[in-house]
Design a protein around this ligand. Structure first.
Ligand code: NI
Length: 260
């Protein structure tokens, strides 16, 4: 059984002491492809370094809405350079809007600017995007309509918002679920069933959002199977089938189909 973790952050500080060990155990557990996602220049560089060491790790680089305050337009140039010159960069991300953490209207405007510019960059480089959106459903969809990404992309750790999911799917985007759907208080059924089966992805968002029964601990890709398990229960199909489906979907959106 193969798994594809469509979103992780092994470039995070929390892995600095045992990165090699964790990555090895991840591969041994059946995760045969994983995406390491950047959120600023530094973490994007680090993600590329990691991907150069491991064949099965690929990268997205970008500036996330929560890292924009420390970022400049020069940083976007650096992201462009990185993405242009490294064949393991498969997407621009994570990018988007976060109104949960940012309440200031002026700063939200800057988030929108960075989002649009990075969609443009993805289009220049013929890449999909990885979207982070929180409490910003309307603006996110409006930007995607006005500034379409021609390769579409992924709503990562997608909020369980039926409207957002319907609109996102209508625009051709993939929907990625994380450990959140396994939490005891979460009711993901309707949201999950709103996603066509050929648009569903799984992710850990490691080191965050460890699924049940590991909730609260540092997350890593060996646990992504719990997300697949929950999805298979909701869809009433076998775990093996769900792993295969999400693997194929991830290869498709990240355009890995010809390499594998
Ligand atoms: Ni993330």
């Amino acid at each position: 059984m193969e798994l594809f973790d469509s979103h992780s952050h092994y470039n995070d500080e929390k892995f600095k002491d045992d990165l090699d060990e964790i990555i090895k155990s991840t591969y041994d557990s059946g995760v045969t492809t994983l995406m390491c996602i950047g959120y600023n220049v530094e973490s994007s560089k680090k993600a590329i370094e990691i991907s150069n060491k491991y064949d099965f790790i690929y990268v997205a680089c970008g500036i996330s809405p929560n890292d924009i305050e420390q970022a400049s337009l020069d940083d976007l140039k650096e992201i462009e350079e990185m993405a242009r010159n490294n064949s393991k960069v498969l997407a621009i991300g994570e990018i988007g809007l976060d109104y949960y953490w940012e309440k200031d209207e002026e700063k939200r405007k800057i988030q929108k600017e960075f989002f649009k510019k990075q969609i443009e960059l993805a289009n220049d480089l013929d890449l999909p995007i990885v979207i982070h959106t929180r409490d910003a459903y309307i603006d996110t969809i409006n930007i995607l309509k006005e500034f379409p990404c021609k390769n579409t992309g992924i709503f990562h750790c997608c909020p369980l918002n039926n409207e957002l999911i319907k609109d996102g799917v209508k625009l051709g985007y993939y929907i990625s679920f994380s450990g959140v759907i396994t939490f005891k208080n979460s009711k993901p059924e309707q949201a999950v069933l709103n996603v066509p089966i050929d648009k569903i992805l799984i992710e850990t968002d490691s080191p965050y959002l460890a699924p049940e029964p590991y909730r609260g601990s540092r997350n890593d890709s060996t646990k992504v199977i719990e997300v697949a398990r929950k999805l298979s229960e909701i869809h009433k199909i076998s775990l093996e089938e769900m792993c295969e489906i999400t693997c194929n979907n991830a290869r498709k959106v990240y355009k890995l189909t010809k390499d594998i």
